[in-house]
Write a protein that binds this ligand. Structure first.
Ligand code: 5GP
Length: 110
């Protein structure tokens, strides 16, 4: 499999505006924001790699929950009280980058 743009962000090979970083999850600003705050959350560990919700297995079923928990913690840290969480699932669902990511969108600014 070819590394995706998000693999390169984790590896530090391309820059990103990182706003959340733990051992397991990275959150960074979307390059084309669709809301005043638009963050993408991804799992950093190789064992947690999954390309899409469509490809989730028993081994990776915990990953979406990790991303949702990260988004919730981020919102709480930043005092954001309302937001939308979205997964684009598959090409026909609008997914362009095949590295599972959670969109965090809020009308509230950071
Ligand atoms: P998808 O449509 O796959 O769910 O969303 C992919 C998202 O990644 C898009 O919202 C797009 O703007 C964002 N994106 C694509 N390339 C880059 C990049 O190089 N850096 C950042 N920060 N976001 C990117």
């Amino acid at each position: 499999m070819q590394p995706t743009i998000f693999h390169k962000i984790i590896a530090g090979e391309i820059p990103a505006d990182i706003v959340y970083d733990t051992d397991e999850v990275l959150g960074f600003k979307d390059i084309h924001p669709q809301a005043p705050t638009h963050i993408l959350f991804i799992a950093k560990l190789e064992k947690d790699f999954v390309s899409s919700i469509i490809d989730i297995t028993d081994q990776t079923a915990h990953v979406p929950t990790k991303l949702i928990q990260a988004a919730k913690d981020f919102a709480s840290e930043k005092g954001i009280t309302g937001y939308q969480l979205k997964f684009h699932c598959g090409k026909d669902g609008g997914q362009e980058v095949f590295f599972l990511h959670l969109h965090f969108l809020s009308q509230q600014s950071l």
